[in-house]
Design a protein around this ligand. Structure first.
Ligand SMILES: [Zn+2]
Length: 63
């Protein structure tokens, strides 16, 4: 039963490269979804609707 009560620790040195890559990617995606108002997604209506639905999903007022 000692295995159930042992707290696990995060291997921060092993996670650091993924955090350094993932955080900017997440911020870029959030920026594109939140701020895109046709500037990036003019290429097609599918991408525009995807960004639009993302704004609604995140609760950002748009219309
Ligand atoms: Zn909308």
């Amino acid at each position: 039963m000692s295995g159930l009560s042992t707290p696990s620790t995060l291997p921060l040195p092993r996670l650091r490269p993924w955090l350094l890559l993932g955080v900017p990617v997440l911020l870029l995606v959030a920026y594109l979804v939140l701020m895109d108002n046709g500037a990036v997604s003019q290429a097609g209506t599918y991408l525009h609707e995807l960004m639009h639905d993302g704004r609604h999903l995140l609760g950002v007022p748009c219309h």
